[in-house]
Design a protein around this ligand. Sequence first.
Ligand code: ADP
Ligand code: MG
Length: 345
Amino acid sequence: MPQAAGAEEETNVRVAARVRPLLARDTAQNYCSCITAQPGTNQLVVGTRRGFTFDLVFDTDASQSSVYVGCVSQLLEGSMQGYNATVLAYGQTGSGKTHTMGTGQPVPEGSDEEGIVPKVIRNSFHHIEKHKGSVDFKVSCCYLEIYNEDIRDLLQPGGHKGHIAIREDATGGIKVTGIHAETCSSAEEMFRCLSDGSVQRTTGATLMNEQSSRSHSIFTLILEQRRRLTNGGGEGSEEDYVTAKFHLVDLAGSERAKRTGAVGSRFKESVAINSGLLALGNVISALGDPAKRGSHVPYRESKLTRLLQDSLGGNSRTVMIACVSCADIDFEETLNTLKYAHRAR
Ligand code: ADP
Ligand code: MG
């Protein structure tokens, strides 16, 4: 296992913002852009006055590759050394979360449209291929959805028989019991899990996209390595075991209940979802602020933060990507998203 990062001062939590361009449907309605990125400053200005600074800013013309290289590739390198990692896409419905994560429609390999999850899968297997002479790898994946504080296993069609529970072991590691982890021997096998699970996510919903925009989805790669360390001259070899989890999270839409006109049970849903996002904001904010180091981190306030507990903070690396639409019709939600993300930073 890796040693603690020690007195390292830099935080392992980074917050990025990505602005999606106007879509055909926006221009058809004569909506205009209300966001400007200040070149070279990592600052976004909404409207005429409100400025927000982030660790990284991706403007409307940023490619999928630049997002991956800017905030995800170093997390994968860390995971290969045994550090857990989490990438979270936050934002209102339609702001580009699924596009950024790359879990919507499959795109051709190597295409610039390929988002974060396919790139993580491909690069994991590239790494394995490169090092398979000296390291034994085992790679598996899980795909879950949290809806109304209930966990659903997207890799077990028709739902799960057993009870899904989140447990913490003696060393603080989090284990989700009652779910399926699929061992994959190639990127293609893992892509199949990703697409099967993504189909489950949308067709399982009564109101199609309704539920998927109200649930958090978590695709997790579990990377296990046994390095074969040969002892000088001897025939025996020592094994060095390293494992890491890489969580890729497409969060529920952050829009407020009032805008969707939610009533009754729908309203209860939005409250439950917001409590997950609220808990996440509190956790990230507590982790990212050096002044709050050593103080209580409220992981237990939601299933989402509980499940991610050992992969947020500590030695793990976290990136939150706040996705916003540049269209003026979305001004209010954009402001809400940037405030949330800025506070998290
Ligand atoms: P969300 O998952 O947040 O609801 P989507 O990822 O589904 O949003 O994006 C909504 C629409 O905007 C989709 O049609 C998507 O292709 C498009 N889109 C999102 N981000 C971008 C981008 N950076 N460049 C071009 N189109 C984008
Ligand atoms: Mg989506």
